[in-house]
Design a protein around this ligand. Structure first.
Ligand SMILES: Cc1cc2nc3c(=O)[nH]c(=O)nc-3n(C[C@H](O)[C@H](O)[C@H](O)COP(=O)(O)OP(=O)(O)OC[C@H]3O[C@@H](n4cnc5c(N)ncnc54)[C@H](O)[C@@H]3O)c2cc1C
Length: 396
């Protein structure tokens, strides 16, 4: 396929990573094209993350990307744990580094980032799939694009950024042996639920139950996210609205703590809690950012946060390379990102073990259940454990 267009930076994917990268490049007057296989309406309605760390809010603020977030985001500094041991709250805004989250639905942030990118004169192609990447080890990488009507074309650039998640095209284009992929399935699957219902509690609530984990997280005054641990392979369609509210009620112990505010279920999807890290996060002139570079289980709500900070690191390195002919940031891009990535993975894994009992009723199941209970009691009673939790829960 002949090259039909040229730009400086090729960005695959219009999630938080691709859009933050694109906006920062446009602010530095660097031309780029973002190619996104979904429609604009789809990415602006895809409900996922909501909890943003203060460091991430600062990155968005410093780059003129936080207007919507400050207008409609809500500050959250408390979470609660429920279980056999009773219920306790952690006011993490008063523990550790005394930091709080800003809750702002990811789809709203994505919509803000798209609008701002277009305002900055950005070029974004929705409904266009990148089917292959070429020349990544040379000085002029290119991407093959296919539009929904079947039209195909090739764009070349100086660098390419894979911001297209774990199932995108960029990871697959790294030649065998160029990077090592470290992966883990945590043995836990969640049914992720978005309900058209006001939050039932003031705090994020994690319920630990012998039937499995349940979680409650406010998204807005009218929408709440819930999670239910379910067997792997369960079909979301098997969970009717009534079954979901029933199971949430049992695990959230509504008999003791009061009823949930119910409403229609807007979305239900299963998520296998898995993690993956690519080492390094770059090959030739291809750089991975966000979920493409490292997937993290949603147990500690870090994915969108990591996507934004890796995109910022990459934007600074690309700007130095293109505007100042300084390649050092690009050369050490992986080394700059990986320690933060592994730190987040470690805490996320700790959260998985805090929130979930043993996956099966093996001979050590009772032991593991009691260990989990002891971990929760330590968190309830020991200030050192609470400070560790607060610092890592909000930090990135
Ligand atoms: C249920 C759920 C809850 C979550 N909750 C939180 C939370 O509270 N806090 C948090 O920080 N994180 C959370 N996350 C994780 C967070 O949503 C992700 O980590 C984040 O979206 C990653 O951003 P990204 O830009 O790297 O990738 P994505 O947002 O996945 O964007 C990648 C884009 O690339 C596009 N694409 C893929 N392949 C191609 C191709 N070949 N050509 C063109 N485009 C392509 C995709 O359509 C997609 O739009 C949650 C995730 C889930 C599933």
């Amino acid at each position: 396929m002949p090259v039909s267009e040229r730009t400086r930076i090729l960005i695959v994917g219009a999630g938080p990573a691709g859009l933050v990268l694109g906006n920062l490049l446009r602010a530095a007057d660097i031309t780029c094209v973002i190619v996104e296989r979904q429609s604009r309406a789809h990415v602006e309605q895809r409900g996922r993350a909501g909890f943003l760390a203060p460091d991430v809010v600062r990155v968005l603020d410093e780059n003129g990307l936080a207007k919507g977030l400050h207008a409609a985001g809500q500050l959250h500094g408390t979470c609660a744990f429920r279980g056999e041991h009773g219920q306790f709250e952690l006011n993490y805004g008063e523990l550790g580094q005394r930091q709080v989250h800003t809750v702002y639905p990811q789809q709203q942030l994505v919509a803000d980032l798209i609008a701002e990118f277009l305002d900055r004169g950005g070029d974004i192609r929705f409904g266009t799939t990148v089917t292959a990447m070429h020349g990544l080890d040379g000085d002029s990488p290119s991407i093959d694009c296919r539009e929904t009507d079947g039209r195909t074309y090739r764009i070349s650039g100086e660098y390419a950024a894979g911001c297209d998640g774990q199932h995108g095209v960029a990871l697959r284009q790294m030649p065998a042996g160029a990077a090592q992929g470290f992966r883990r399935y945590h043995g836990v699957t969640w049914l992720a639920i978005l309900a058209q219902a006001p939050p039932s509690m003031t705090a994020v609530t994690y319920a630990v139950h012998d039937r499995g984990f349940a979680g409650h997280m406010a998204r807005s005054a009218t929408v709440t996210r819930y999670y239910l641990q379910v067997p792997r392979g369960e079909a979301p369609g098997d969970w009717s609205d009534a079954r979901i509210w029933d199971e949430l009620g049992t695990r959230m112990r509504t008999g003791e703590y009061g009823p949930l505010r119910e409403g229609p279920i807007l979305e239900r999807a299963t998520v296998d809690l898995s993690s993956a890290v690519s080492v390094p996060m770059q090959y030739g002139r291809l750089f991975l950012a966000g979920d493409a570079a490292g997937l993290i289980s949603p147990s500690a709500a870090k994915g969108a946060n990591l996507a934004i900070v890796t995109a910022r690191t990459l934007a600074v390195a690309l700007t130095d390379a293109l505007a100042r002919d300084d390649q050092r940031g690009l050369a050490r891009y992986s080394d700059a990102c990986l320690p933060r990535m592994w730190h987040a993975q470690e805490f996320s894994h700790w959260m998985v073990n805090l929130l979930h009992g043993p996956a099966a009723d093996g001979e050590d199941a009772a032991f593991m259940r009691l260990l989990q209970r002891a971990r929760l009691v330590s968190l309830r009673d020991l200030r050192s454990h609470q400070d560790y939790f607060a610092e890592n829960y909000v930090g990135i």
